[in-house]
Write a protein that binds this ligand. Sequence first.
Ligand SMILES: C[S@@+](CC[C@H](N)C(=O)[O-])C[C@H]1O[C@@H](n2cnc3c(N)ncnc32)[C@H](O)[C@@H]1O
Length: 366
Amino acid sequence: MAARRKPARAKTTRAKARTKPRARTPRKRASAPQPPELLQLILGYWIAQLVHVAAQLDLADVLAKGALTPEELARRVGADPAALRRVLRGLASVGVFAQDAQGRYALTPMARTLQSDHPASLRDFARMMVDDYNWNAWGGLLQSVRDGEQSFERVHGMPFFDYLQRHPEKERVFAASMASISGTENPAIARAYPFGKLARLVDVGGAHGHLLATILRRHKKLRGVLYDQPQVVSGAPARGFVSAPDVRERVEIAGGDFFASVPTGADGYLMKYILHDWTDAQCRGILGHCRDAMAPGGRVLAVDHVIPKGNGEDWAKLMDVNMLVLPGGRERTREEFADLFASAGLRLARVWKTACPLHVLEAVRA
Ligand SMILES: C[S@@+](CC[C@H](N)C(=O)[O-])C[C@H]1O[C@@H](n2cnc3c(N)ncnc32)[C@H](O)[C@@H]1O
């Protein structure tokens, strides 16, 4: 029996290899001598740029229609065939795309998340995070470490969000990138906190409303206000989150500046990835407006990373440096959040874990 089954398995494997290139990290990666770990860290920016180029050229979207040779792909995306061949080979060496026996490149599981329509797509995040304006600001990290000042403003002559406001296409990609990384985060946040106990929820700095729509879809009686800068919320209906038929009747859209005011009278003020953008003094301003605007018994719900103690690996620790470089904000520990809320006349009541790396920090009037 065993002798009969063996050739059949081998045949299936070969047949699969012909129709579908291997969708996993190439074997060579495990067996070839690798540079020392520190060298791999030093050269990490090569890989970041390779992934950025793949996202900018929409390589994954084109290859989703079928495997192509570098020459065929170069014609479709308007690239130099010889240069693209080298880029694809480099990407395949780290598990993004795989070359088949006919020399065609195809998607791997990792490459699929570079497709624009993948539910957990990172395409816009790869376009935004490695774009020249962020890349150049990161190049100023050494100076930031010397003087403690954020790099972005020194490099670009204006703060991060002002820069985006003046570059509408980059702002659009930034908002799209926030929505794209939200694909896995927002359902976890909507599940983690009992939003059903609220009547009206303002999403402060809610971008295009992905999180608000996810929460409203889960809690049918809840009403929501999407609040962000006017030029950002004006693009929200077209994105389709808050204009979806099952939520649009319950959503108001309001444009404004959260350093000046926030919509009044709600019992919930949600802010995801907002406090981490700003210094303590700036956060006190935003939190103070929420405290003054909220209905009696209302609450502030900050959704952010909470930096854990110890040396363990945690994305928040690297994101914290990104905050130093770009907007000049910071990630915080639980104690730092408690102090920040207290300094704004609020009391940290509870920290809710979610099934994603973010926490919901619930604060009430002190
Ligand atoms: C890091 S994004 C977070 C977006 C969204 N909450 C999410 O998690 O996907 C920060 C948001 O704050 C908004 N923002 C920045 N400055 C603002 C201001 N002064 N008033 C209102 N919104 C502002 C930006 O437009 C952006 O949408």
